[in-house]
Design a protein around this ligand. Structure first.
Ligand SMILES: N[C@H](CCC[C@H](N)C(=O)O)C(=O)O
Length: 283
C-alpha cells in the first residue's frame, strides 16, 4: 500500500506519525521495523498511529510502536507530537484532547503560546507493577524512594524503578555526557529482573530544579530525548529528596519541563513538538 505519513520530533525524539482514521493501517512488526529503519525505510525512534477512540468520552486512540517493531504502552514526546498532528491535520478543533493509549487515558493540551502540556497521569511506584522483580534483593531507602542494587556488567548499579505506563530504571550519575549509556544501557534494558525489558535513564542532578538526562530506550536505543523518561527521572529525583518541582530536564535534543506534586498526582510535562515533512512510502 501507499502510506501517507508526517515526520515529526519532540526535542529530537523522532517519529513517523500516521493517520489511521483515513487510512487502513494494519502492519506486521517487521513492517513497523522497516518503516523505522534509517536506511531502508523512513527512519524514526517510534511510529505513532492515530485512530478513532474505542471508549466513550475520548477523542482519539493512539498506538505507539518502537523502532524494533514492538507495540508499547506510552510515549511522552509522542503525546505532544500527536497533539500537533491532529490539530494541524484538522482532525479536531479542540485544544485539550483526551486520548486513549495502551496504558490509559492522557490529556495533552495545546497552549495559547503554541507549547504543549501533557497530563501524563500518576506514576506507578510499586516495583512489582513496573514491573521489576525485586525478589532476594536488599533495597536501600533514600527519602521516600527505595534504591535497588542491579548487577550491570559485573558492577552494582543502584536504581530507582518507576512506571509511567511504561517501565523505567533511573540512576543518578555525576556527569550525563560521560555516562556509560551505550555500555550499560543494553545490559539494563535486557536485565532479567525486568520481565518487559526497561528504559534506562542516566540523570545528572544540576541543582534542585534542573537535571541533564540521557535515556537508552527499550526497543529504540539511545534517543535524543525521552518524555516518559524525563517524567520518571524527575519522580525518582523528587522521591530521593534531590529535586523540587518543577524541574527543567535538559536532554541531548532539547528542554522539557516536568512538574509533580507527589504520589497519586499526575506528572505534568511541557515541551516542543515539530512537524518536519510530509511523505508517502510504498509498504
Ligand atoms: N521506548 C519506550 C517508548 C517510547 C517512549 C519515549 N520515546 C517517550 O518520549 O516517552 C518504551 O519502550 O517504553
Amino acid at each position: 500500500m501507499k502510506l501517507k505519513f508526517t515526520k515529526m520530533h519532540g526535542a529530537g525524539n523522532d517519529f513517523v506519525v500516521i493517520d489511521a482514521i483515513n487510512q487502513d493501517v494494519r502492519f506486521t512488526p517487521e513492517q513497523w521495523k522497516q518503516l523505522a529503519d534509517r536506511r531502508f525505510g523512513v527512519g524514526a525512534d517510534q511510529m505513532l498511529v492515530v485512530e478513532k477512540p474505542s471508549t466513550d468520552g475520548v477523542d482519539f486512540r493512539y498506538r505507539i510502536y518502537n523502532a524494533d517493531g514492538g507495540e508499547v504502552e506510552q510515549c511522552g514526546n509522542g503525546a505532544r507530537a500527536f497533539v500537533r498532528f491532529v490539530t494541524e491535520k484538522g482532525l479536531t478543533g479542540k485544544r485539550a484532547i483526551k486520548v486513549e493509549t495502551m496504558s490509559g487515558i492522557i490529556e495533552p493540551r495545546l497552549e495559547a503560546d503554541g507549547g504543549i502540556t501533557v497530563d501524563m497521569g500518576a506514576p506507578i511506584l510499586e516495583p512489582e507493577r513496573v514491573p521489576f522483580d525485586a525478589s532476594g534483593l536488599q533495597g536501600k531507602a533514600e527519602g521516600t524512594d527505595t534504591l535497588w542494587p542491579l548487577d550491570v556488567n559485573g558492577q552494582t548499579t543502584w536504581i530507582s524503578v518507576v512506571s509511567m505506563g511504561n517501565p523505567h530504571a533511573v540512576q543518578v550519575v555525576p556527569d550525563a555526557q560521560s555516562a556509560a549509556v551505550h555500555q550499560d544501557g543494553p545490559a539494563i534494558e535486557h536485565h532479567p529482573r525486568f520481565p518487559k525489558r526497561v528504559n534506562a535513564g542516566f540523570m545528572q542532578v544540576v541543582d534542585r530544579h534542573a537535571v541533564r538526562l540521557r535515556v537508552f530506550e527499550r526497543g529504540a536505543g539511545e534517543t535524543l530525548a525521552c518524555g516518559t523518561g524525563a517524567c520518571a527521572a524527575v519522580v525518582a529525583g523528587i522521591r530521593r529528596g534531590l529535586l523540587d518541582s518543577p524541574v527543567r530536564v535538559t536532554t541531548l535534543g532539547g528542554e522539557l519541563s516536568i512538574a509533580w506534586a507527589g504520589p497519586g498526582t499526575s506528572v505534568m510535562m511541557t515541551g516542543p513538538a515539530v512537524s518536519v515533512f510530509e511523505g508517502e512510502i510504498e509498504i
